[in-house]
Every structure is written in C-alpha cells, then in structure tokens.
Design a protein around this ligand. Structure first.
Ligand code: NAD
Length: 292
C-alpha cells in the first residue's frame, strides 16, 4: 500500500512506516494512496476524497477533526482516525505559558527592553496564586491544565455539560464559572454549540479585568465582541493560539486590539508531541494492515 504523508510529522516517521508499504510525501500521488496522514493543513473535503479512489484510511495526527469531512468519508467507506491523547500535554503547557506570561508580564518586559526602555515602575505584575481558573470544557487538555494550575495554587473550576464529574476540577454551571473566574480558558471542540460562545453576553457576565485564554478553536470566540471588550478594559488580556483561519486575515479585529498575546497555532507543535503522534499513527496503521 502507498502511505501519503501530506502534512508535517516527525522526520523519522517515514522510516518507521516503511514496514507497511511505500511511504511518500509527494501530494501528486494522492490518487494511488491507500492511507493519508494529515495534520490541520490538508483539508480532506469531498473533492479531496474524490481525487483518491484507492483511499481507505485517513489519519489526522492531532485532536480536532474539523478539517476532515467525516460524513462524506463514511459514505465512501473511508476510515477516519485521529490521535486524541497525544497532544494534551503540549497544548496544556502552551495554555499555561500564555496564562503565566500574561500575569507575569513577560512579553511587555521583553518588548520594552528590546526597545531600549527600562519599564520597572510601569510593569506591575499579578500572581496566579490564589486566583480562580475557569475551564470551559473539562476533557483531556483541560485536565492537564487543571493539574498544572493547581500546582500554581489556583482554584480550578470547570463547565462541561457532557461530564458528570471531573477528577481535576469542580464542575459548575456556565454562569457561575463566568461570574467567578479570574482566568477563563477554552478547551472545547468547535461545534454548533461552542461556535461564538464567548460573545458580548458571555463577556458581560465575567468579572471586570478577566483574562481569557484560547487554545481550543478560534471560532469559539466572537472576535468583534472580544476586541470591543479589550478596548474598554472589561477584558484585561487575551492570550490565544487559535484563530478563525490559519493565518488570520489582516483585518482580524484581534490583531489590533490591545493586550492580545498571540501564538501561531503551535499548541501541538512540540518535538515530543510529534513523536507521540508518530507512535499512535504506527499503531493505527498496524491494526489497519492486520485487518486488511
Ligand atoms: P476532549 O474531547 O478530551 O475534551 C473536550 C471537552 O469539551 C469534552 O469533555 C466535551 O464534553 C467538552 N465540551 C463539548 N461541548 C462543550 C460545550 N458546549 N461546553 C463545554 N464543554 C464542552 O478534547 P481535548 O483533547 O481536551 O481537546 C480540546 C480541544 O482543544 C480540541 O477539540 C481542539 O479544538 C483543541 N486543540 C487545540 C490544539 C492547538 O494546537 N492549540 C491542539 C489540540 C487540540
């Protein structure tokens, strides 16, 4: 079988997968591929799958499957798998990094010094210790964030209507979370329910000076509403790794709003995570090959 590696995976993966067949990164060979490996760049649309008559298995290295048309894959008998457990630590560490960089004012400290300023008096910091962190979504990544936040001395609560309990956070209704969190961190998939869930109404229910972190999906935020709340100071800062589109368009209102701290969707991009994704991909292909 031909395995097409369409996006960026660990450099050692082609050699590991060679025992299952030919491995290529030549996208022009899609029509011959039995297995396709994607991250988030390749969009597995109807047209993409129609251009791959031999395709039997799509593996998305990562969590979200929003770049794969799963309904259409089903109609064509194409199996779709992902590697949901691999990325949790990498994304949780980035969410913590954004949160602690904002409270510690690391980025303003660096930028002012790089500009030749000594802003010791201006850069008053706050601590994470003793603050309440509200997690929206209490799954794998949120649980890893919760463990780390507790080590910082934070009080961790979470809203997740699909869970009865969590070992890591006290589950509360959404309105209670919005009213009591000093930091709100998003960890849901993008669904009809979560799309735009952080809008003017939700922000109005939050504490004045709240900090919002998004390492889930960009479209869970209503961008104009959040930009307005950053401008009027209701939201003290927004740390985000995720965007409406990768990269965001030049007119994205968050690019020019004050106190936005951003990374270019690198939550899953650790060396260690690529190795874990590779190991999960190998297992998936092994069981696919055994059942073929
Ligand atoms: P997960 O499935 O373990 O957890 C998601 C949780 O969200 C579930 O417990 C689910 O019940 C909950 N949820 C669903 N709808 C909800 C709603 N309306 N309100 C509140 N909670 C809701 O997934 P995970 O591994 O923790 O990943 C979470 C998300 O993180 C992914 O879906 C993806 O969008 C995002 N992600 C981002 C990156 C990145 O690079 N920044 C990398 C991986 C994943």
């Amino acid at each position: 079988m031909l395995i097409l590696i369409s996006d960026a995976f660990d450099k050692g993966l082609p050699a590991t997968l060679a025992r299952f067949g030919e491995v290529t990164d030549d996208k022009a060979r899609l029509p011959e591929a039995t297995v396709v490996l994607v991250r988030s760049k390749t969009k597995c649309t109807k047209e993409y799958m129609d251009g791959a008559p031999q395709l039997k298995l799509i593996i998305r290295g990562g969590v979200g499957l929003d770049n794969v048309d799963r309904e259409y894959a089903k109609t064509k008998g194409i199996i779709v798998k992902n590697t949901p457990a691999a990325s949790s630590i990498a994304v949780a560490e980035l969410a913590m990094a954004l949160m602690s960089a904002i409270s510690a004012r690391v980025i303003e400290g660096h930028m002012t010094m790089a500009n030749g300023q000594w802003a010791k008096k201006e850069l008053k910091r706050t601590e994470l210790y003793g603050k309440t962190l509200g997690l929206i979504g209490a799954g794998r990544i949120a649980s890893e964030v919760a463990k780390r936040a507790k080590a910082f001395g934070m009080n961790v609560i979470a809203y997740d209507p699909y869970l009865k309990e969590s070992d890591y956070a006290r589950l509360v209704p959404m309105d209670e979370l919005l009213a009591s969190a000093d930091y709100v961190s998003l960890h849901t998939p993008l669904t009809d329910e979560t799309k735009g869930m952080i809008n003017a109404d939700a922000i109005a229910k939050m504490k004045d000076g709240v900090v919002i972190i998004n390492s889930g999906r960009g479209k869970c935020i209503n961008e104009p509403d959040l930009a307005a709340a950053l401008r009027d100071g209701k939201v003290r800062a927004f740390g985000t790794d995720v965007w409406f589109s990768d990269p965001p368009p030049a007119d994205c209102p968050l690019l020019t709003a004050p106190n936005v701290f951003m990374t270019p969707h690198i939550g899953a991009e650790t060396k260690e995570n690529l190795l874990r994704i590779g190991a999960e991909v190998e297992k998936i292909i092994e069981s696919f090959a055994a059942s073929a």
